[in-house]
Ligand binder design. Sequence first.
Ligand code: NDP
Length: 283
Amino acid sequence: MTARILDGNALAQTLRADFKKRAEALATRGNRPGLAVILVGEDAASQVYVRNKVNACVQAGFHSEKLTYAPDVEARVVLAKIAELNADPRIHGILVQLPLPKHFDVDAVLKAISPEKDVDGFHAENVGALMQGHPRFIPCTPYGIMQFLADAGIDLKGKEAVVLGRSNIVGKPMAMLLMQASATVTVCHSQTRDLAFHTRRADVLVAALGKARFVTADMVKPGAVVIDVGINRLPDGKLCGDVDFGPVSAIASAITPVPGGVGPMTITMLLANTLEAAEREAR
Ligand code: NDP
């Protein structure tokens, strides 16, 4: 079997074209969706992520604001800006790019964002709402993966789903969404004994570890759907995922590539969350 490649760029393009129309419809009623992105420090990867997010907003016809601060900025300055943005009617989504410098209390910063504008879905209130099955904002990466699975017509009901990784950003919300879609979910992490025992049972395998080419073909059930979240830089500078793409794509039924898979969908779902917030407000 050769796996169907789930093309994140193509799906992202289709969704963004729809978002652009919806943003214009809102703009004509004076409610153009608006996203504020806060970047503290000079981390090179964070700068690229923020630039991509702002560009995606502009291309979709959203209002966007980028607020940058020196690495030694006092936390109270950033918290004051968040309070200002919480009250700004042009802004429907606020995102603080992580990681923050060490002198920041990350939980306090995430808590300061109004839950109604928390488009990353990291505020405890939104995490709780997701857990209870009536999410306000779904964290962008797992939200994008659910879109992928729906678009590919993959029915999750009764399927064995295995998630590698238990982070708040990817693994935990991913597991919750798969469970809510009636899959039987196993979450693995660095303390899991005999990881391959679990992965070989997976009809749907989501790899979010941050370990280059960790998932090899012998760990994958033939015909499985494999979602690769990992972004790893190889010594030659190239990007690769957590899955050994070539050999795994020879036995899987569907697979996401890296780059061009989950990555473009993550930014797309940030737009989706911002748009949904603006539409909710305009109702
Ligand atoms: P974290 O580092 O927060 O979490 C990694 C998880 O993997 C942890 O739960 C850890 O277990 C687990 N893990 C690490 N090593 C092993 C191992 N050998 N065996 C089993 N489990 C292991 O990462 P994130 O969740 O934030 O991100 C994961 C990857 O996804 C990264 O490569 C990141 O760059 C990428 N990413 C990509 C996005 C995209 O848009 N494509 C978006 C977000 C992330 P434990 O909890 O026990 O430590």
